[in-house]
Design a protein around this ligand. Sequence first.
Ligand code: ZN
Length: 363
Amino acid sequence: MNPVLFQSAIFPARYLQGQGAINLLPEWIGKLGTKALIVAGGTALRELVPNIEAREVRNFLVETFNGECTVKEINRITEVAKAGRCDVVVALGGGKVIDTVKAVANELDAKTIIVPTIASNDAPCSAISVVYTESGSFDHVIHLRQNPNLVLLDSEIIANAPVRLLVAGMGDALSTWFEADACYNSGSPNEAEGRCTLSALTLARLCYDTILKFGVQAAESCRLKIVTPALERVIEANTLMSGLGFESAGLASAHSIHNGLTQLPATHAYFHGEKVAFGVLAGMFLANRPVSLINEVYAFCGSVGLPVTLAQIGVINPTEDDLRKVAVATCAPAESIWHEPFQINPERVTECIKLADARGREQ
Ligand SMILES: [Zn+2]
């Protein structure tokens, strides 16, 4: 039977967010298992691990993450966790540590705790790991058996992270409703092996409304390193709403345009969410969205500092050939752009990238 006949939604088992939430980590390791392996990125190792180690409960080992989510690193961490007899694996860091730890827990059938130190992407809640080659290019995606057991998000840590990362997270979150809407209207598959649920579509819309309402204040709070209700709302939108939204509603043109843009090496210095935001802009022209909505999204991007032109993601004076390369990659057969409920071809994509860039330059 074709599973896409069914509506499907998947979730992390528990989500905890707030100032000082990281202090609950030892307690939650004890609730989920007996001993944890905490895998930490460089910054987390310096700034957060000493505090966790200073607490009286020592039910964990600590391992340094090598910087990239590769098959080799997943295997290495798996062996460390096995040797330490760990039944819980904890990710302390950004998207790559998170994806590695989720894959390790899947190998070991261990419990997973995700402690994001930035809110720049929607990796924490999902049952997906994106694996890269040793040289850092995209390799494959692993669909895991389960979503994390706990996502533990300390808003004070996010307030102290660079504001550009929070804004990039808003760029990723900006795409969620546009892509959910496309999948809902076309009956396309989501990332949970089914079709978009009304619940996920509604969360995706709430995600859009939340970043539009609180985005500017949240960015300002982060600049001042102060936790405010606006920052809390945007952390929730970037992580929980966007995570549930993309996974249980689906992806469409914005992420394909992002993938296409990565064909140009000049874009590699920019964050995922920054390129996805430009994908949303071009996607709005592709979908023939009303001018009022287009104006609203451009104004939002301008107000929080998301890119609205190709130059702002490193692409200065692209040739026709460059744009063609981006458009062809955007329209590769496995891409989610085919989830859009209208006709797609590389020529249309090239035109819409040009339209989006021209509109951005007027701003
Ligand atoms: Zn994304």
